[in-house]
Design a protein around this ligand. Structure first.
Ligand code: XBP
Ligand code: MG
Length: 236
């Protein structure tokens, strides 16, 4: 079937946001709340197996500080930590702390030039998506994406297929008319679970992961030609 839309993951795919962005912002919110938690880069790569910031905080506490979870109002405390983290993260991104991965801008420009529809399917918080797009692609760029599925709009985060299904429903397109771009095992599983073909540009702990059913696995999107991608998609 003819390719009609590209659906992009955000963290790890559009940009390497995690180590210098999200991780730093999590640690800042912990310090500001008087917690002695400090997520170093190695630990953080492990923690990324749990998608969603609030879910990741809870998972860390289960492993390293179960007393925190026994305290009163823990759900509210996690929400407050996470809201503070989002404030810091969006500030870091606005200050230019993260850049797009190679080839992302070029592919998005090709898609816009040929009238291909664009969408986003991510686990991260909506404000983070706006901050990243605005800082890297310009103030108009959030409007280039017809559907932005982000954060808690679906309760079951990646690797569940729900966020992709949510985006497909709003695009009004079947999965076979779209192509997803992902960087991680969880994201790949989510996209495949929704029936999408996937181009994977691995990052983090998934640099050496096998993605046997991927349409393509590439180190990054440098030089990616949209005609070639459309052709591969049609033949898949
Ligand atoms: C990545 C995630 C997110 C971010 C942090 O999502 O799992 O949790 O690490 O953002 P994706 P929040 O690869 O789907 O873009 O703290 O806002 O969840
Ligand atoms: Mg990702």
């Amino acid at each position: 079937m003819t390719l009609r839309a590209l659906i992009f993951d955000v963290d790890g795919t559009l940009a390497d946001t995690e180590n210098d962005g999200h991780r730093v912002a999590f640690n800042q919110s912990f310090a500001d709340a008087g917690l002695d938690w400090d997520w170093d880069p190695e630990l953080y790569l492990d923690l990324l197996a749990v998608t969603g910031g609030k879910e990741r905080i809870r998972h860390y506490a289960e492993l390293h500080d179960p007393g925190f979870l026994a305290g009163p109002g823990v759900t509210e405390r996690i929400k407050a930590l996470h809201a503070a983290k989002t404030e810091t993260y969006t500030r870091l991104v606005a200050a230019g702390r993260v850049r797009l991965r190679p080839g992302v801008r070029g592919l998005i420009e090709q898609a816009r030039a040929t009238g291909l529809r664009l969408a986003i399917a991510t686990t991260t918080t909506p404000a983070n998506v706006t901050a990243l797009l605005t800082a890297t692609l310009g103030t108009d760029s959030p409007g280039w994406f017809e559907v932005i599925g982000a954060g808690d709009v679906v309760p079951a985060k990646k690797p569940a297929p729900d966020i992709y299904e949510w985006v497909l429903a709003r695009l009004g397109l079947p999965a076979v008319a779209c192509l997803a771009f992902e960087d991680s095992r969880a994201g790949y599983a989510a996209a495949r679970g929704a029936g999408l073909r996937v181009v994977v540009t691995p990052s983090g702990r998934d640099l050496d992961t096998a993605f046997p059913d991927a349409l393509l696995v590439l180190p990054d999107l440098t030089g990616t030609d949209l005609d070639d991608l459309s052709e591969r998609h049609r033949g898949a």
